[in-house]
Design a protein around this ligand. Sequence first.
Ligand code: SF4
Length: 243
Amino acid sequence: MALEFPFDPLKRSEEVENQVTRDNQRLYYRFRPAPYYGGIATADAVGCSFLCAYCWNYNRNLHPERFQQFYSPQQVSAKLLHIAKRKSFRLFRISGAEPILGEKTFAHLIEVLRLINQSKLGSLFILETNGFYLGYRTDILEKLKEFSNLGVRVCLKGVDEESFEKTTGAKKDFYRFPLIALREFERLGMRAWPALMGDLFPRDEISKFERFLRKNGIQSELELEYLEAYPFVLANMKKRNIE
Ligand code: SF4
């Protein structure tokens, strides 16, 4: 897919969703036990509405069409539960991509959540999302409320419109959507919190951003994440003039 920067992430979400879904199945390329959060069963997918300069899965998300293996929610949950039982994990996630690109991927996710929930492992599913589609379609957030075992980590990509566009490659006009999603999660009383790549911003800018979030109705504490500085990540950041 030819991609001009900055792009419309809504259009991209739609195009990518069509590439990575077939009926209620989605493209995944790996299932693994991961060390994060003290141990988490992880399903690695492809396909994102953004194309972040620091994405550790950049090339797969640039070319999701290169992958062929579609999995149903039943297959995904069975693989995750198998890993969790083998490793005595209680945490689950989808990583490497955006879990929610549109209605089809959302329906797939809901089914995965339902099956994991039914397993009664006393589990927590950490939904790692860029928050874009959820902010655009706040009417669907209620559907996530039925899952008491859900925590939503909304990874914010910039502290303002300019840093958002530079990092994601998406037009700055769409900056507000992940913030809208976070505000709505709080209004619904759901467990959700913002995260930000701490390495990209000076401490005073992060403090200013924390104040901005609170002023805009987002009270949950900001989690700082740190860069996985693979050579291709540093090269991509250089291309986008990110220090
Ligand atoms: S939002 Fe996440 S998965 Fe998507 S491109 Fe950015 S870092 Fe990668």
